[in-house]
Design a protein around this ligand. Structure first.
Ligand SMILES: Cc1ncc(COP(=O)(O)O)c(C=O)c1O
Length: 422
């Protein structure tokens, strides 16, 4: 950029451009030219549609449930929305929801919680990851997080002057973090370990022994554990397992639950933090200074949902069925994948090229090729190995529509002649 251009662009800046905080880029805020993964996918989708207007996009890229919440939940919402007593601030939440969450934890996992001191709602689980670092992180403190993973707790750790220590999820460790490899000087500065099982995007679950090891380590090295259970009701390799079932877990941490995935309530924004009362209390204090609680009608509808185990059972059965079909198709087309233990994601090694000679140095290159050449949308993960994530949250009205979509996927992928080299 020439000096003239620099001063021209500087002169167009608002007077407050230099006032932006360093954590979001300081005076350079809004001037970056990097294009992020999801924007690249959006652009490639647009190009694919322009180049092939008659070809259906097979969209395995969407990470959101494709159905709206069950009619029974919507009916409660419709009734509650008309009641004047639901109109006001909800602050840290109503007892009715906390009690339903406590009943759910007891029934599903055999975990006993005091609804008043060990459970607090969140407006979706995402803000809870933004708030927990405010409870623990001083400048220089560390949050240990898995990669690939859901980044919000890490972003806020950095906002508070803390650091993130990344724990890669690799096939040789069954996609569990290798906690034995963490140096002691890192443990000394670590305040929080954030886990997520069933894991997004790898779809792996954690065995009881792993959680036991985490509890022992947390006590020994003195950090707290935050376990993200967003996908817990989509567990396929056995009974869903809560971290809080682990002996001693209640002494070291909290688990964060979400109504989004297991109850088709993505946009409703309901979740909760549960576990050690003193951590729940700290979260509730920060929350009380950040928001005024979810609409009470929504909390009541969510409470009714939590009392009906048939709802997550039906959603889980649908995504299991779709994943099983996808695993078969992908394996028939040269991929090497197995049924995930949980979540609606299939995380599988990216092709490295095609028989025709195209090579994919990164999963991102394979994603672009799949979208532009084949009209198949996936999400690349290049953080720990080269992987593609297929989500089975595509829109299909019934099983026949699912089968037709799978047939089309099979056709296009077998025409692709992918190569896979380790
Ligand atoms: C692993 C994981 N955790 C947490 C969330 C946040 O979910 P919500 O804020 O809808 O409860 C998501 C959403 O995509 C997720 O994938």
């Amino acid at each position: 950029m020439s000096t003239n251009e620099t001063s021209a662009s500087a002169s167009q800046d608002p007077y407050f451009q230099s006032l932006f905080a360093d954590r979001i880029g300081g005076a350079d805020y809004g001037k970056g030219t990097a294009i992020y993964k999801f924007e690249k996918i959006k652009r490639a989708k647009r190009k694919a549609l322009e180049d092939h207007p008659d070809r259906q996009l097979l969209d395995f890229g969407i990470g959101e449930n494709d159905s709206m919440a069950a009619a029974s939940i919507r009916k409660v919402m419709a009734a509650e929305i008309d009641k004047p007593e639901n109109r006001g601030y909800a602050d840290n939440g109503i007892s009715e929801f906390k009690q339903a969450a406590a009943r759910f934890m007891q029934r599903q996992f055999g975990v006993t919680l005091d609804p008043e001191t060990q459970i607090n709602h969140s407006i979706g689980s995402k803000p809870a990851y933004a708030m927990l670092p405010a409870c623990f992180i001083n400048p220089g403190d560390i949050t240990m997080m898995t990669v690939p993973g859901y980044p919000v707790a890490g972003t806020h750790t950095r906002y508070y002057g803390g650091e993130v220590y990344q724990l890669p999820l690799l096939p040789e460790n069954n996609f569990l973090p290798d906690l034995d490899s963490v140096p002691d000087d890192i443990f000394r500065r670590t305040k929080m370990l954030v886990l997520n099982y069933p894991n997004s995007p790898t779809g792996r679950t954690a065995p009881a022994e792993f959680f036991e090891k985490v509890v022992a380590l947390a006590k020994e090295k003195q950090f707290i554990v935050v376990q993200d259970a967003a996908h817990i009701m989509l567990t396929f390799d056995g009974k869903p397992r809560s971290f809080l079932e682990t002996p001693g877990a209640m002494d070291v941490g909290v688990e964060i639950h979400s109504m989004s995935k297991g109850y088709d309530m993505i946009g409703w924004r309901m979740g909760w933090v549960c576990g050690h009362p003193q951590i729940v209390r700290a979260y509730a204090d920060v929350k009380d200074n950040s928001d005024s609680g979810q609409f009470i009608a929504t909390q009541k509808a969510a409470a009714a949902a939590l009392d009906d185990d048939a709802i997550p059972a039906a959603i889980s059965a649908k995504y299991r069925r779709r994943l099983e079909k996808l695993v078969t198709v992908l394996n028939d087309c040269g991929f090497q994948c197995e049924m995930p233990g949980g979540s609606y994601f299939l995380y599988t090694a990216s092709p490295t090229g095609t028989e025709g000679g195209v090579t994919f140095p990164a999963a991102e290159d394979a994603t672009r090729h799949l979208i532009e050449e084949m009209g198949i949308v996936t999400v690349p993960w290049d953080d720990a190995g080269k992987y593609l994530r297929f989500s089975v949250t595509y829109v299909a009205a019934d099983e026949a529509a699912e089968d037709a979509l799978m047939q089309e996927t099979r056709q296009r992928l077998s025409d692709a002649k992918f190569q896979f080299q380790s």
